[in-house]
Design a protein around this ligand. Structure first.
Ligand code: ADP
Length: 483
């Protein structure tokens, strides 16, 4: 890995403004999923180090909250500028530890940075209310305050953006944050911390603790100093964290699993729908929580769509993300490949028709062929579980009502997509879908100004947008009597 600035590759964790090894000197290895090559190590930290990071955040909180939003914004703006100035290095670091194509990694760096920029500005617009008083001698006011020390646990699929989407609003609102990045992608997180340090984020305001999730997560949940936990990952782990946070009644933001339906109606522009399906399904090799997981295609256009989609998927180029022209990298690990294999085998055993792919890729490691399966039905695993891989299962439906009912037949409710032109149908379906986000005639919906989040068992809270900063604020009511 040839970085312009080799110091961005940090192999120590960042706690209370210091770069540190684990107390007992233990480390965990980080590998490149495209090659199996060992890239380096990070400290294997646990309860004690996490506790110290939390205590440092608590010590840093009073001075950080006392700064004006404008002062905090100036520091965050510097951080944004440094991220953008180091975009090439950050992208290469990300591709090397995570696997996504370099072009996607570059896109993520800008996307990640946009949250820092957006929330730096949004912090200035936090405001309260004055209320009409029911009593003549009283005045009633509502103010907003930073909630306090926050802890974040983030996944490997967006090694930078899932962090900045949390730390941006936290810091802008006046809260310090302790982060545990995913074990597979700590280098992106540590590079981000280095740039935060260079930008002038004071010691203790942002710490990164690396190591096994259970110990670090347990301390984050149990420690009463932590007022809020924000997590992006699976619903199973989200449920566990919620349970662990119950004794201390922490505020929670949870971005959990999805099982996104992608509906193509008879009146859709089929070429646009294919383009949207490719973007939504195969981006990051299918490893995003808003990836189309179930493609419902109306009877009249089913075969035509299947044919066009298969042709387009056939053009995807699988390979090491650093190589030119590659559009699909490896999956994150062996477990991820095994899951896709299981979903494919189950669908084919129950009558699915393989149109493309279906196997591990000849490149070995954790590469998997972009796959399309037709004639998929409700009894197959893919109907109920997130595949998190490059498999597009095509279901068939007849009526609009049936499509909406099928789309909603899941405990998840993160993203949903559909393609149609009829304006009445667009409103009916958009309103009928039980999901936090709906893409209409588009397969890409995420940006920093829009509220990202789910309903049902896809989570709590919203990230990005003006709603995103609310997750880091608490309301205080002031009652002034004796007027
Ligand atoms: P994924 O399947 O995408 O890895 P997970 O929910 O397992 O999703 O992981 C997302 C994040 O949650 C990672 O940072 C992981 O280390 C962390 N995590 C996993 N298990 C636990 C746990 N028991 N306690 C705290 N964090 C956990």
């Amino acid at each position: 890995m040839q970085l312009n600035d080799p110091t961005l590759l940090r192999q120590q964790a960042y706690i209370d403004g210091a770069w540190l090894d684990a107390d007992h000197g233990e480390t965990v290895a980080v590998t490149n999923p495209a090659t199996g090559e060992r890239l380096g190590t990070v400290p294997k930290m646990g309860t004690a180090e996490t506790r110290r990071a939390i205590e440092a955040a608590n010590a840093a909180w009073p001075a950080w909250r006392k700064k004006t939003a404008k002062e905090r914004a100036a520091i965050l703006r510097k951080w944004f500028d440094l991220i953008m100035a180091n975009a090439d290095d950050l992208a290469l670091l990300m591709t090397t530890e995570q696997g996504k194509p370099l072009a996607e990694a570059k896109g993520e760096v800008s996307y990640a940075a946009s949250f820092i920029e957006w929330f730096a500005e949004e912090g200035k617009r936090v405001h309260g209310d004055t209320l009409a008083s029911p009593a003549a001698d009283r005045r009633l006011l509502v103010t907003k305050e930073p909630i306090g020390v926050c802890a974040a646990i983030t996944p490997w699929n967006f090694p930078l953006a899932m962090i900045t989407r949390k730390v941006g609003p936290a810091l802008a609102a006046g809260c310090p944050m302790v982060l545990k990045p995913a074990e597979a992608t700590p280098f992106s997180a540590l590079a981000l911390a280095l740039l935060a340090e260079q930008a002038g984020v004071p010691r203790g305001v942002f710490s990164v603790v690396t190591g096994p999730s259970k110990e670090i997560g347990a301390e984050m949940c149990a420690n009463p100093i932590v007022r809020k936990l924000t997590f992006t990952g699976s619903t199973a782990v989200g449920r566990l964290l919620m349970e662990q946070c119950a004794p201390t009644i922490k505020k929670l933001s949870l971005e959990l699993g999805g099982n996104a339906p992608f509906i193509v109606f008879d009146d859709a522009d089929l070429d646009a729908a294919v383009e949207g399906a490719i973007a939504s399904k195969y981006r990051n090799a299918g490893q995003t929580c808003v990836c189309a997981n179930r493609l419902y295609v109306q009877d009249g256009v089913y075969e035509a769509f299947a044919e066009k989609l298969t042709a387009a998927v056939g053009k995807l180029k699988v390979g090491n993300g650093v190589d030119a022209g590659v559009t699909q990298g490896p999956l994150i690990d062996e477990k991820a490949v095994a899951k896709v294999e299981e979903h494919v085998a189950d669908a084919l055993a129950k009558g699915g028709r393989l149109l493309l792919g279906g196997h591990r890729h000849a490149l070995g490691h954790s590469f998997f062929e972009p796959t399309v399966i037709a004639d998929v039905t409700r009894d197959m695993i893919v109907a109920g579980e997130e595949t998190f891989g490059p498999l597009a299962p095509l279901f068939r439906f007849k009526t609009e009502e049936e499509a909406v009912a099928l789309a909603n037949d899941t405990e998840f409710g993160l993203a949903a997509y559909f393609y149609a032109r009829d304006i009445g149908r667009i409103w009916r379906v958009a309103e009928g879908l039980e999901s936090g986000m709906v893409g209409v005639n588009t397969g890409l919906i995420s940006n920093e100004v829009a509220p990202f989040g789910g309903v049902k068992q896809s989570g709590l809270g919203r990230e990005g947008s003006t709603y995103g900063i609310e997750d880091y604020l608490v309301v205080k009511y002031l009652c002034l009597g004796g007027m």
